[in-house]
Every structure is written in C-alpha cells, then in structure tokens.
Design a protein around this ligand. Sequence first.
Ligand code: FAD
Ligand code: SF4
Length: 299
Amino acid sequence: MNDFSYAQATTAKDAVNFLTEKPQSAYIAGGTTLLDMMKANLTEPPRLVDITRLPFTGIEQTKDGLRIGAMERMNAVGEHPLVKELFPAVSESLLLAASPQLRNMASIGGNILQRTRCGYFRDAAFPCNKRVPGSGCPALTGDNHNLAILGVSESCIANAYPGDLSVALAAFDAVLTLENTKGKQRQVLVTNFYLLPGNTPQKETVLEPGELIVAVTIPMAAHAKRSTYLKVRERASYAYALASAAVGLDVQSGTIRAAHVALGGRNTLALARSGKSADRCPGYRSYIPGSGRGSSARG
Ligand SMILES: Cc1cc2nc3c(=O)[nH]c(=O)nc-3n(C[C@H](O)[C@H](O)[C@H](O)COP(=O)(O)OP(=O)(O)OC[C@H]3O[C@@H](n4cnc5c(N)ncnc54)[C@H](O)[C@@H]3O)c2cc1C
Ligand code: SF4
C-alpha cells in the first residue's frame, strides 16, 4: 500500500479544493470498499479527502419525493420508518446487503459508486480492460460464474455495479443530485447514471472528475408502497447477489394496473434503462397488463 495523506473537508468547496490540489486524489466516505482496493494496490490515491462531515445528510419528504443525503449510512436508511413505509424495496435492498457492521459505516454515495467484484479486476496480477484499458479480459474465457449475461461487450462482461440499492432505485426512477467542481448541481436519473461497457469499460458512470453525489431523490409512485426486493445469493449471512429483482405493483381495486421490475446481478449495469435502451440491455422493464407487451416504466 502506497503512502498517502489525509484531509478532512467540512464543505463541498473544501473537498473539491483538497481533491484538485493533488491529482488522482480520492474522496473517502465510509471507506469500506475504497480501502480494500488501496490495500490490493488497485488504486493509489496520493490523498484521501474525507467527506463524512459534508452536510449531505437527512432523510425527508419533499415535493419531489423522498430525499436521502448521500452521506447517510446504509443501515440508517434501511431502518428508517419513512423508507420502510414508502419504499419497502429500497429498505430491503439495503438491509439484505453486506453485514450490519459494514452497513453502519457504508454511505449511500459510496454504495452507488462501488466497483465490480470481478476477481480479475480485483487482482492486480491479471490484465483487465477495466483497470488497464487495452490489456485484455481474462474473464471472457476464465472464471465468470458471477459476472454479467446482459449488456456485455467483447471488452468486458463484469457487472460494473454489483450491489443492491441502485437496483431498487431503478424501479422507482430515482434521481441523483450531483455537484461538480464549480459548485453547479445537476440531476441524473439513476437509470442513466451507469454506462454500458462497450469499448470503454473503464468509464463506468457519467460522474465527472471531482463531482460529488449530494443526494438521491425517490419520486412517490403508485407502485412504491407495494414493492419488494428479492435477492438470490450463495450464502444467507452476507454475499453479493447472483441475481436480484426489485418489483413494485400498482394495484387499484384488486387489479394490477402496472408492474415495475428492475433486475440486478446478471447485467453489466445492475439495471438498465427505459425506452429504447431497455431492449439493448433488458435489465429494467415494466409490464402494463392489457397492453400485450413489456414497455419502459416511463414509456
Ligand atoms: C464484504 C463486503 C460485502 C458487501 N456486500 C454488499 C452487498 O451484498 N450489497 C451491496 O450493495 N453492497 C455490498 N458491499 C459494498 C458496500 O455496500 C460498499 O462497500 C459501501 O456501500 C461503500 O460505501 P462507503 O461509504 O464505505 O464508500 P467508500 O469506500 O468510502 O467509497 C467508495 C467510492 O465512492 C466514492 N464516493 C463515496 N461517496 C461519494 C460521494 N458522495 N460523492 C462522490 N464520490 C463518493 C469514493 O471516492 C470511492 O471511490 C459489500 C462490501 C464488502 C466489503
Ligand atoms: S470482465 Fe471486465 S472487469 Fe473483469 S477482467 Fe474482464 S475487463 Fe476486467
């Protein structure tokens, strides 16, 4: 593990300044995945900028939906009464993830930005197009039992997001608030946040260098309260999903008006998109009974 320095930020502006002063520096929140990667020499930031004191906190109902600060911890969000009541699938996706100790440390922003569990990516002795572009993909012919089936490319077959939360967020068209290095905020649908691997598997999200995740907002929806998260894994104590699904039903007068399904575990994106790209990477489909076809949730 290389030497690195540490700086603690209390404002987003400080965080950006600390980060940009030393190129290749990294933000650290709970550190539950970043430190593992540093110990395995997969990333060598010269400085860690601690963002745990940024005011990206709070779980509150707003006119746009339920807003969750990016620095909230996984357990706190999963156990929160509003999350349990309004979006059971989101609560379940968090409480079925990792272990209680990890969930007490791990943040929502860090969860959304966790990296693939592909064994070749996580072992610096192997080539890997995602880690070193152009070096090759041993997983194509090697051990790929826990990698993706949908949305893969000749360059990479890893599920870039291996976790649970973003799958549940996809079922509700959740929106991420991002803040760039100039302090300007923008909103990105979680279904548009992750990128297909194509020829550039090293580029996993639309996040720009130095940009921060501030919050996630989950719009209220007819299928929200009647939702659940299913996770199939190799051991019950804690493990990543082999396959998962977030399902929400819009039921009116005993009739299912619409079913919303987001899939995880077996797709490169852990979720896919609405509209045309749902056909390209069918991880996210909704089914409108009576229409005779699946369609995008917003289509
Ligand atoms: C043994 C183990 C089992 C696990 N099992 C599961 C599981 O079953 N399901 C699941 O979903 N997850 C699982 N995880 C992953 C876990 O959820 C993540 O490690 C955790 O959510 C990361 O959050 P963190 O705050 O610790 O992130 P950190 O490690 O601090 O950061 C992760 C990355 O995100 C960046 N970052 C963090 N916050 C922000 C922000 N606000 N803005 C911009 N960049 C940011 C950091 O720079 C870093 O690159 C597991 C992890 C471990 C170690
Ligand atoms: S599947 Fe992707 S992450 Fe895994 S070795 Fe191939 S390029 Fe690397």
